[in-house]
Every structure is written in structure tokens, then in C-alpha cells.
Design a protein around this ligand. Sequence first.
Ligand SMILES: Cc1ncc(COP(=O)(O)O)c(C=O)c1O
Length: 482
Amino acid sequence: MFNREKYNQERAEALKAQIKDLEKRFEEYIEKNIDVRNQTINNVATPDVVKKIMETPIGCQGRDPREVGDEIADCIMGATIRTNHPRFFSFVTSAISPYSIAGEVLSCLYNPNMGSYMISQGPMLVEEKLVKWAGSLAGFDADTVGGIFTSGGSLSNLTGMIAGREAKLPGREDLSRAVAFCSDQAHSSIRKGMRMMGLRNDQIVIVESDDKFKIRTDRLTEAIDLAIAEGKKPFLLVGTIGTTNTGSIDPLDKLGAIAEKYGLWLHVDGAYGGSILFSDIYRNLAHGLERADSFSWDFHKWALQTYSCSCVIVKDKTNLLNAFSEHPEYLEDVISTEHNDGWDLGIEMSRPARSIKLWYTIQAMGTDLIADIIDYSFFNASIAAKRFAEAEDFEIISTPSCGTINVRYAPKDVDPALYDKLNVKISDELINSGYAFIVTTVLKGKKCLRMIAINGNTDTADVLSTVEKIKEIAKTVKKETV
Ligand SMILES: Cc1ncc(COP(=O)(O)O)c(C=O)c1O
């Protein structure tokens, strides 16, 4: 028989013990990471870890929580690549502010449900305020702007594009002949999202990018004209600030003019590059963003936040409400009139308060310090590019943009047919060395090394030593391969 009194008492004691235990774990984490620069990055699950996790029973009776916590900290979390390492140059991933961690912990502790304004007023006001702030940086009107914090760029992009579908294809009668456009450098979540919105592959037009990996607007207008001539209904255009491959920024002003001319919804994926809005130096690269209808911005990519913390901002909030509002009978009493409920602005119903950690960070650090980190990323990528350009066997495939560069080892005395293989081997060797983490991508048919220098823990010395390490590895790989 369930003993409520005993359960309550044990639960209160467990919470106290867990908080004490967490303090100890935080200290251990700090201790372990103080010297992270001299530790290897590449922690994968050893056969022992795999066995341990797979063989741990899910039992009817609980066990010592300290033992469980130890296993999580050491064994489970120990088997993760150290993305906080200063020489982790892959994925679009952020160093973490202590205030983001504190905000995350507080959000967990209070556990507000961000579906409803009525039951989570404080955190919902914070979210509203941050959406207006982000919207004002994007150049949107504070009176009409709306938005919502989501789990990441993928969901933010989907949310913005669905708002566009509802605005441009009301009633959806035209959905079967609707066409959406994005560049060959758009993130996979754009194509995935378009498919999830009900578009077939032949309704998604991928437009070629230029030699700077920006969408070719001449090709775009040709493609739109062709679609119209074929009796199709162009309705959505997606541009990017900070493409995943190269950090390139599409010509947003031109995209805005095209969207206006053809009556398209313009969504801008700023999941990665949106954070340039923090920077007084680089903000102008997002010129034209004010012409967009919706905009995604991930704070867990380049603004010091833990996963997950993303935001979609829509110029006219009505479009979000039209797309997502649902008022079932069981919510009638809690529907808010003066403020919006989270469930009316997006896909999720119950949501964590993802905006609290960003609020904590911005309030505690100020935006200038985040801007410095953004500016420093640009600087570090430029330094890397300079060093690679000086090394005669490396070709710069994409010039630095938003802290990312792509280079290719291309020794002149080796058959170019071997270059792809050489670059994959360099990446493998570098990762296996545990010194730095860089993976390859393919640009204009060429396999290259993609270095994303946006990790706020990275010093210029880390960039320079990694370039030297790559040059060293390249020589060995060449000897072994040719
Ligand atoms: C430009 C861009 N958009 C969207 C995404 C998807 O973001 P998330 O992984 O948070 O869903 C990424 C991920 O790297 C990205 O680089």
C-alpha cells in the first residue's frame, strides 16, 4: 500500500541530498575541466561502457542514488565527445556560460509549463520580452512581432515555414501545386521541414549557390518564373545567415525584394549566424533581415546556452496565431486574453522555460561580452585562413564567414584524384590523436576540412596549434597514401 507520508518525507530529504550531491558534482566537473585544454577530446563509449549501460536492469526497486549519479557522471556522460574543448572545431556548438547552467537548473527546479501564460506568468513575460528584443535586433516592429522559444533550429525553421504556409496558402487548396525555394547550402532541416509541411520533393526547388556559397538570385528568379509558367504556386523562400557548411550569408536584401515581387513568405534561418546581431561590428552583414517574415535564431549555437535554446521570431504575430491556435474545452478557463499562450504560438504544448537561461546570461554578463565572443570567432577564423593560405599545399575552399572556414589539402605533386581521400584521412588522424576535432564536408564536389571556430573557449593559440598539427598530419598522410 502506498504510504503517502513516508513518500513525502523521503522526497524532501532526497531533494536536499541531491542538491548537496550536485554541488559536489559541479565541483568535480570544474576540477576535471580546469585543464581541459590538455585533455583529449575524443571520448567515445568503450566496450565496457556499452556493456554497463546495456546490462543495467530497469528494476522495480530503486537503488542507491549516489551510485546512479556516479554512473551518469563518469560512465554515461564520460562517453561523450568534449564539445566544450577549445579545439573542438566541429558542429555548430557553443561554449556554455555558467549563467546558462544556473538558469537551466532553476528552470528545472521550478518546472514552469510554458504552454500557458496564466500558469507561468513570470517566465512567459521573460520570453515575451526576449522575443521583442530579438525582433527589434532583426528590425521587426515591436507592436506586431511575435515568437516562441523552441528546442532548436529545426523546430524554429519548421514553425516559421508553417506560419508562411498558412499565410500564403490559406485553406491549403493550392498545396499540391505549391513550390518552395532554398539554396543548395540551406540546412537539412529546411528540406526536412518542407517535406513535413506536406511538400513532395518535386515541390522543393534547390537553387545553386555562387562561389561564396550564397544563393544565386539570378537562378532563383529564373526558377520562380519557370514555376509560374508551369502553373505552379511559389509561396516560400528560405535564406540563411550562417550556412552550416561555410557560414555564408545569403543576400537578404535581394531575397526580400524577390519575395516582395512574387508575394513569397521569406523565412531566414539564422539558427547559427543570428548571433551576429549581438555584434556592433558584424550586425550589418544581416542587412535586409528586416524584410523577412520569419527568422530563426539558436542561442545554443553561438550565444553560450546549453541545449536547447532557440527562438523563432515572426514579423506579424497574427501569422503564428493563425497557424497554431487551438482552444479545446479543457483549456477554456486558462486561456489568456492580454498575453499569448505558448500553445497558440507554436508546435509544442508543454514546454520548459528555455528563455530563462538566456535571460540569466544576458542579465548577468551583458550583451557586450557575448558580442566580444562573436567578434573573436570571426578573428580566429581569419587567422586560420591566413595560416592555411601561407601553407603552399592547402587551398582555401571557403573564405572565413561567421567564424567558419573550409580548406583542402591539395599538394601539387599528388594526383588530384587522391585529394578527397587525403582530406578524410587527415580528419580521421586528427580526431584519433585526441588533439582537435575537425570533420570534412563537400563543397562544389570537393571534400574539405571544415573548421568552425565559434566555440567561445577557443583561443587564437588553439587555432594556430591546430593548423600546425593539421600540416604535420597532412605530411604523414601523404607519405602513407601516395
Ligand atoms: C544553419 C542551421 N540551421 C538549422 C540547424 C538545426 O539546428 P538544431 O540542431 O538546433 O535543430 C543547424 C544546425 O547546425 C544549422 O547550422
